[in-house]
Design a protein around this ligand. Sequence first.
Ligand code: HEM
Length: 183
Amino acid sequence: MKGIVFTELLELVEEKFGAEVVDVIIEKADLPNAGAYTAVGTYDHVELVRIVQQLSELAKVDFSELVKVFGEYLFGRLVAGYPVFLEGTTSAEQMLRSVHDIIHVEVQKLYPEAELPSFGYDTHADGRLIMHYQSSRGFADLAEGLITGCAKHFNESAEIEREDLSGGKCTDVRFTIRFGALV
Ligand code: HEM
């Protein structure tokens, strides 16, 4: 997993919980590089899971909840870092529909070693967007948080229904999303 994901996570933890908490969780997560991440480096995604697990224990907040909150935050950081992907995009649905065939394709060109998920798209009979996440890394919570962050960015609400087709492993998850106006 790209270092930018780690550096943003540690920045969020520092912002919300303070620098001491960052030190404690890095120590407890027993990481090979002692928590020294660079944005352009590549690291094992399991290290990210270990960091969040430690934070979850320390802060007594559910693991999935933490990953979702992080995803929401990460969306804002990604668009700030890569504003070109927002050009000409006027809605959350338009943006989300471009993740697989445009955004992540460009990301892969920039970072050939990036390990990106696969997204399939469909439209529900009632008009809702269906976004089908597949990745061996099982970061469906991150995807959910990114979807929420995306909706907020466009001042929209998103009601997300989630169906885990991988028996709780979060590697194969179908999201069905209804967008609305933020009130
Ligand atoms: C400006 C927009 C975006 C950029 C620049 C971007 C870029 C990236 C990058 C650099 C990674 C890390 C890849 C690696 O670690 O090797 C990543 C992972 C990921 N991205 Fe995006 N992304 C964007 C938008 C989105 C959105 C809107 C979603 C919505 C669902 C999404 C879903 C994911 C997920 C779930 C992962 C984790 C990897 C996995 O599950 O296997 N991304 N993205």
